[in-house]
Design a protein around this ligand. Structure first.
Ligand SMILES: *Cc1c(COP(=O)(O)O)cnc(C)c1O
Length: 376
C-alpha cells in the first residue's frame, strides 16, 4: 500500500470525545450566556463541589490555570525570596515558573532511573537549610513515588506539593493524586485528561486555613466586595468553563479507563519491537496515561517517518528545563541531569486519547514496527 493511502491516525481527537456530550455542552454554554453572570456563581461552586467529591476532599478551589494555582499554593505557604523549592527538570515550564515567580530559587533533581518522574533520592541530595518544598510532577499521568516523598518531606519538615496537571484521577495505593501531599494542583488546559474549553485549573490543600488563604489569594486577597486582606492575583475559573467542565467531569474516570485500556493495547502490540522501550509503571499505582511515551533510538527520524506514515506523535519534552535559555542563570547546562536528558532525547508520545480504537492502536504500532525496521 502506498503511503498516501494510509489512514491518518491523529494524536488526539477532541471532536470524537465531545460528540456524545455535544448537546449537554451546548445547553450549558447557552445557560451561562443567557444568565448574564460570567464570574463566580453556582456553576463555579457546583464544579468545585463535584470535583471535591471525585477526589474525596472536603474542598476544591478553582483557578484560572495550573500555573497560577501552583503560584498561589507556594505564595500562601509563605515561600519566597531566600527559599529553595526542588522539582524535576523534565516537566512543563509552568512547574518551575511558579517557583521563580515567588522569588524562590528553583532547584532541579534528576529522574528516578527507569521512570520519568523526580527521583526521591536525587531530591533528598538537593535539600539545603533553605529548602522549603518539593514538587513532584505526576508526568504523563504516572504517579510519582509518593511513599518516598511523604517520608522525605516528613523527615525534613518540608511542604509536599503535587503537580497533577497531567494526572487528574490517577491513584497511588488507592489514593487520588493531589490528596497525598500538603497540596495538589490540576489543569484543565484543553488537552489535559479533564480538558476545558480554554484555560482553567484547580487546587486542593490539606490544611483548611491554607485552603482559605489560597481561595482569597486567587481573588485579589478579597474577603468581601471592596475589602482586601492582602494582595493576591486574579486567578479565577470562568463561569463558562465551570459550566462546561461540570458536563465533562462525570466522564473523567471512564475516559481515563479508556486511556488505560489503550495503553494495554500498545503494551501488547509493541512487545517484540527491539528498539522500543515501553513505559514502566510504578507498583501500586493506577496511571491515567495523559500520554503514552515510549523511548526509541533515532527518535527524530522515527517521528519524521511516522509522520510520513500518517501517524501523528508528540515529544514531551524535547528540552530538559535546565538546558533552556530561561534557566541559564542556574548554570546547570547540558550534562547536569543525565536521566532527564536521556529521556528528552528519546521519548516519543504515541496517539493517545479516550476514543482511540483498537484498530488505530494496532495500526500505529504496526507502522512503528515498520519504521523501526526501515531505520535499522
Ligand atoms: C499543563 C501543565 C501545567 C500548566 O498548566 P496550565 O493550566 O496550562 O497553567 C503545569 N504542569 C504540568 C506538568 C503540565 O503538564
Amino acid at each position: 500500500m502506498g503511503l498516501e493511502t494510509l489512514k491518518p491516525i491523529p494524536f488526539v481527537d477532541m471532536a470524537r470525545l465531545h460528540a456524545p456530550i455535544q448537546d449537554a455542552l451546548h445547553t450549558a454554554a447557552l445557560r451561562v450566556i443567557d444568565s448574564g453572570r460570567f464570574i463566580g456563581g453556582e456553576d463555579v461552586r457546583g464544579f468545585e463541589r463535584e470535583m471535591a467529591a471525585t477526589l474525596g476532599t472536603p474542598e476544591v478551589c478553582s483557578a484560572s490555570c495550573a500555573t497560577l494555582g501552583l503560584f498561589a499554593v507556594l505564595k500562601c505557604m509563605g515561600i519566597g525570596p531566600g527559599d529553595e523549592v526542588i522539582t524535576t527538570p523534565h516537566t512543563a515550564i509552568a512547574t518551575a515558573e511558579a517557583i521563580s515567580l515567588t522569588g524562590a530559587q528553583v532547584v532541579f533533581g534528576d529522574l528516578q532511573p527507569g521512570y520519568f518522574n523526580l527521583d526521591p533520592a536525587q531530591a533528598e541530595a538537593r535539600i539545603t537549610p533553605r529548602t522549603r518544598a518539593i514538587i513532584p510532577v505526576h508526568l504523563y499521568g504516572q504517579p510519582a513515588d509518593m511513599d518516598a516523598f511523604v517520608r522525605l518531606t516528613d523527615k525534613h519538615q518540608l511542604m509536599l506539593i503535587e503537580d497533577c496537571a497531567q494526572a487528574q484521577g490517577a491513584r497511588h495505593k488507592g489514593r487520588r493524586v493531589g490528596t497525598i501531599g500538603h497540596a495538589g494542583v490540576y489543569s484543565f488546559f484543553p488537552s489535559k485528561n479533564l480538558g476545558g474549553f480554554g484555560d482553567g485549573g484547580a487546587v486542593v490543600a490539606r490544611d483548611p486555613a491554607l485552603m482559605k488563604r489560597i481561595r482569597m489569594f486567587c481573588d485579589h486577597g478579597r474577603t468581601s466586595k471592596y475589602m482586601h486582606e492582602f494582595e493576591g492575583v486574579n486567578s479565577r475559573l470562568d463561569t463558562l468553563q465551570a459550566a462546561l467542565l461540570r458536563v465533562c467531569l462525570p466522564h473523567l474516570d471512564e475516559w481515563n479507563a479508556c486511556r488505560a485500556r489503550a495503553a494495554r493495547w500498545y503494551d501488547e502490540d509493541l512487545a517484540g519491537i527491539p528498539e522500543v522501550t515501553r513505559p514502566r509503571v510504578l507498583p501500586d499505582t493506577d496511571p491515567v496515561y495523559h500520554v503514552y511515551a515510549i523511548q526509541v533510538p533515532r527518535r527524530d527520524d522515527v517521528q519524521a517517518r511516522m509522520k510520513e506514515h500518517g501517524v501523528e506523535t508528540g515529544i514531551h519534552y524535547p528540552h530538559a528545563l535546565n538546558t533552556l535559555p530561561a534557566y541559564t542563570h542556574l548554570q546547570q547546562g547540558k550534562g547536569s541531569f543525565p536521566n532527564a536528558e536521556q529521556a528528552c532525547a528519546h521519548v516519543l508520545s504515541l496517539p493517545m486519547h479516550p476514543s482511540i480504537t483498537r484498530d488505530e492502536v494496532k495500526e500505529a504500532s504496526e507502522r512503528l514496527r515498520a519504521v523501526c525496521a526501515s531505520l535499522r
